[in-house]
Design a protein around this ligand. Structure first.
Ligand SMILES: [Zn+2]
Ligand SMILES: [Zn+2]
Length: 356
């Protein structure tokens, strides 16, 4: 079902060509020669062993092992051996219960307060918040195509995130889940323009009236002086991202395509897999795009206390021993402001710092 290679595939054509060829999925898991009844096990026949049964099993095991080593079996009778067996099997009185959940339910007001303050320290978590799902959920269709897309770092060749998207979803559904720090710097949260460039077609996000068509500048340059006749340039077309679903795309698996936002922040995006959905996949429609990979985010620590994460970075700071220098909230203020809150010197540059 999975398609890997460097040939162009139309995802809609892929869906129609494979959906009628897929055998019944469950049948794949039935071993040859078995009937369906033999596979559908009735789980109600399974029951938890009692404590006595577990101890008996361990005593049998010890007797068996030591008999093999040549020790007489008579020495295993008596209360001492039951105690020994108890120690060996280390029976958990609540083997199937999540104790941390019970602790969570019984937490005190003080516990709740300390949890909240801990979340505030991890300010990146709020930027990468997952959307909450409505209680009534529709499920994915029978011939839904699941496509896996990876987002790369703008300057390093590192995979940052990976998502599973549905063929019937629009490109904007994926775009809204991509995380890049540039969206949070300066007026980044107000600048929503961006495009995907896939097989010489620009897909512009034009959902907001103030959004800019970034591709226009490139298309104009290509059309000027008939640059499209140059073989390495070629012709470009443009569409709206919100009106295009993944099934409308024609892609190459493994080929880096472009995602541009915030004017000049350029990322590679790579389609790593396209396949039909199976019963093993998450069936809730709103769970997609599914965040299936996140690279570790590196945050520098304050270079003074070496305890708290840095919140400011300074350049040409005469009180700093290195350039640039990283400060936490607690160390930055005493070094740069007096008791009345006046800045001590201002011949340096300072910027908020989030992560690498
Ligand atoms: Zn970016
Ligand atoms: Zn510090």
């Amino acid at each position: 079902m999975a398609t890997v290679g460097h040939r162009l595939i139309s995802l809609r054509h892929f869906q129609s060509s494979v959906s009628d060829k897929v055998p019944k999925f469950e049948e794949d898991f039935i071993p040859e020669g078995w009937s369906r009844d033999q596979v559908d096990l009735d789980c109600s026949e399974f029951k938890q062993k009692s404590q006595k049964e577990v101890i008996d099993d361990v005593i049998d095991k010890i007797i068996h092992e030591e008999a093999e080593m040549g020790i007489k079996q008579e020495s295993f009778n008596g209360a001492d051996n039951v105690e020994r067996a108890k120690r060996e099997c280390q029976i958990d009185p609540k083997p199937c219960k999540l104790r941390s959940y019970e602790m969570y339910k019984n937490r005190t007001a003080q516990d709740i307060k300390s949890t909240r303050s801990h979340k505030q320290i991890n300010y990146i978590a709020s930027m990468m918040k997952e959307p909450t799902h409505a209680p009534e959920e529709r499920t994915i269709g029978p011939n839904e195509v699941i496509i896996t897309v990876a987002l790369y770092h703008p300057s390093k060749l590192l995979k940052q995130q990976e998502f599973q998207v549905l063929g019937s979803q629009s490109l904007t559904a994926l775009r809204d889940r991509l995380y890049c720090l540039a969206d949070y710097l300066m007026d980044g949260q107000q600048t929503k323009s961006g495009f995907f460039l896939i097989e010489n077609t620009f897909y512009n996000d034009m959902r907001l009236p103030e959004n800019m068509d970034y591709s226009k500048f490139i298309s104009d340059w290509v059309n000027d002086k008939s640059r499209f006749t140059i073989p390495s340039v070629g012709m470009f077309s443009s569409k709206r991202m919100e009106d295009t679903t993944f099934l409308d795309l024609t892609i190459k698996i493994g080929q880096p395509y472009l995602y541009v936002h915030q004017g000049s922040c350029e990322h590679n995006i790579v389609f790593t897999e396209a396949r039909l959905a199976t019963p093993m996949d998450v069936q809730t429609y709103s769970s997609y795009p599914r965040h299936i990979f996140q690279a570790k985010i590196r945050r520098r620590k304050c270079k003074i206390c070496d305890i708290f994460p840095a919140r400011y970075v300074t350049y040409q700071d005469r009180m700093a021993t290195e350039d640039p220098f990283f400060f936490c909230e607690h160390c930055y203020r005493p070094l740069h402001y007096d008791f009345e809150g006046r800045v001590l010197y201002n011949d340096f540059e300072v910027f908020p710092y989030y992560h690498e």
